[in-house]
Design a protein around this ligand. Structure first.
Ligand code: ZN
Length: 208
């Protein structure tokens, strides 16, 4: 996942909007590898070295790694972590390899993405999106079943159906339909079609 989300940061346009997209992501991890909320905290919120020598951590800029606070993320002293420096996670929901769903950034089901519900999944779309991530997805293949388990598929379908019930006008997209990325390593429209839910997807790259 480290390359996928490079350079995504808080942008001014990321202020609260009406929920419009349910965006599917993958962790870009090998098959069978567990991905936890703690790992995501390391990857997303861990200190990020800036070109000018300063260090970004939880959205704030520090003069150097020596000036970082004495804190731990996922049990690791932050001074030795390399992350994105974000002030929050990139996703709201995580689907583990065994199909278990975990809410990692709480949200309610009203029509709006409140600022504390927002996650940093796709720069420029976060104010109108909820992001869900599947453990797995590493590699060049292109079908859902090449990368993920049947348990994950069942859970993702449940999550999508639940979201559609609360938000009938929502559009289901892959990260790669909003930005030039491989994530989530399968074609979301084709996959929705195979489950007779194409009405909630879009074929073309969304570019608004
Ligand atoms: Zn993604």
């Amino acid at each position: 996942m480290n390359d996928q989300m490079k350079d995504q940061q808080t942008k001014p346009e990321d202020s609260m909007g009406k929920l419009k997209y349910y965006v599917i992501h993958c962790a870009d991890t090998p098959p069978g590898m567990e991905v936890t909320k703690g790992m995501l905290e390391e990857w997303h919120m861990g200190p990020c070295d800036q070109v000018d020598g300063t260090v970004k951590y939880k959205g704030k800029i520090y003069r150097s790694r020596k000036s970082l606070p004495n804190e731990f993320l996922n049990g690791n002293f932050i001074a030795y972590l390399r992350g994105r420096g974000w002030d929050r996670l990139g996703y709201s929901e995580l689907i583990h390899w065994d199909g278990k769903r975990e809410i990692i950034t709480p949200f309610d089901e009203d029509a709006f993405v409140e600022s504390d519900e927002m996650t940093w999944g796709v720069a420029g779309y976060n104010a109108v999106s909820r992001h869900i991530m599947l453990a797995g997805g590493k590699g060049q293949l292109n079908r859902f079943s090449d990368h993920f388990t049947q348990d994950q598929e069942a859970t993702l379908l449940q999550c999508i159906k639940r979201t559609i019930l609360h938000h009938p006008d929502i559009t289901i997209v892959g990260h790669n339909q909003l930005a030039v990325k491989r994530c989530p390593s399968f074609n979301v429209y084709d996959w929705l079609y195979s489950h007779r839910m194409q009405k909630f997807g879009v074929i073309d790259i969304v570019n608004e």
